[in-house]
Design a protein around this ligand. Structure first.
Ligand code: NAP
Length: 306
């Protein structure tokens, strides 16, 4: 007879994990939520969320994360700060390896999210010295300065608009001549006279001794190279899954996002995935929340049927 530490362990405290935790705690499951950093996930660095239902005026990502955490904890969810290093996924026992101990659970929900993709243009050297992935964190440092933003998706466009509250000018550099971002964000960016679009262009490097003085770019159609004078460079070119610890048993897509069925169950019975870590057509707070609820109920059914 195995001694289980928990019925359910949830990995990651973004909107998906917090919702799964809320549902599991409310179902009176013996559940632990593990988070390696600060609960909230990527939304804590999102300035303003205006497409999460129920908040017609919008809400800051930080406040929304705090509310989700409070609600889940008041329902009885235990949250612990710990990083998962690996998993051992037996038929009955799911082992979650932490730095100081290994937890045994009947079921797992992986909701470890995704992180910003890098371009290899000096991110490591200039991180905190001009290169950033987070406008909410760093935009105030660029008051009345010129910055470059890279990307053409919702994040790049929305955050570029936010940057214009501080910067005097934002070059929005995109590799094609058409944005991927949703139309309403495009309209706002095009109407903003502080944003200058730099089409068909990729960034190749940055210049500067102590901080950034310019961003090297290349036009992919003409081959023309130049340097955009700027003190900051914000990179928003998509995300990569936080899946380093999952091992080989759980099937993923070619980019490493976890495949799961409509019940959020992965290729390993009893292991569920929710939110941005999942191979999903849409990565939003609202979809993460839905995933989390389904995963928790599926885990509950799985355990009942053991
Ligand atoms: P995304 O939609 O994957 O867009 C990434 C952008 O970066 C694309 O425009 C892509 O160009 C560009 N890109 C990718 N690799 C590149 C490279 N190596 N060099 C230059 N450019 C590169 O990522 P995201 O904008 O972070 O959005 C992620 C998810 O969050 C999406 O589902 C999005 O809808 C959601 N989101 C929603 C909101 C909102 O609703 N307000 C806000 C933020 C994020 P191509 O277009 O040429 O592929």
């Amino acid at each position: 007879m195995t001694d289980f530490d928990y019925d359910l362990v949830i990995i990651g405290a973004g909107p998906a994990g917090l919702t799964a935790g809320l549902y599991a705690a409310r179902a009176r499951m013996d559940v632990l939520l593990l988070e390696k950093a600060v609960p909230g996930g990527q939304i804590i660095v999102t300035d303003w969320i205006e497409n999460y239902p129920g908040f017609p005026e919008g809400i800051s990502g930080f406040d929304l994360a705090e509310k989700m955490k409070k609600q889940a904890e008041e329902m009885g969810l235990k949250i612990e700060t710990a990083e998962v290093t690996s998993l051992f996924l037996g038929t009955d026992v799911k082992e979650v390896v932490l730095a100081d101990r290994t937890l045994k659970a009947k079921s797992l929900i992986i909701a470890s999210g995704a992180s910003p993709k890098k371009l290899g243009i000096g991110e490591d050297r200039y991180m905190g010295k001009g290169i950033s992935f987070c406008a909410t964190c760093d935009a105030p440092f660029f008051k009345d300065k010129t910055v470059v933003a890279i990307g053409g998706g919702d994040t790049a466009v929305q955050e570029s608009i936010y940057l214009t509250k501080f910067a005097k000018k934002v070059y929005l550099v995109h590799r094609r001549d058409e944005l991927r971002a949703t139309k309403i964000l495009q309209e706002r960016a095009f109407a903003n006279d502080k944003i200058e679009m730099v089409w068909d262009t990729v960034a190749t490097g940055v210049d500067g001794l102590f901080g950034i003085e310019g961003v090297h770019v290349k036009n992919v159609k003409t081959g023309e190279e130049k340097t955009l004078p700027a003190n900051g460079c914000f990179i928003w070119v998509g995300t990569l899954p936080n899946a380093q610890f999952i091992g080989d048993d759980i099937k993923t897509d070619e980019y490493g996002f976890i495949r799961a069925d409509a019940r959020m169950e992965t290729s390993v019975p009893g292991v569920f995935a929710a939110g941005d870590i999942r191979d999903t057509p849409l990565r939003q707070v609202s979809t993460a929340v839905g995933d989390g609820a389904i995963a928790a109920v599926s885990a509950e059914h799985y355990i009942e049927n053991l």
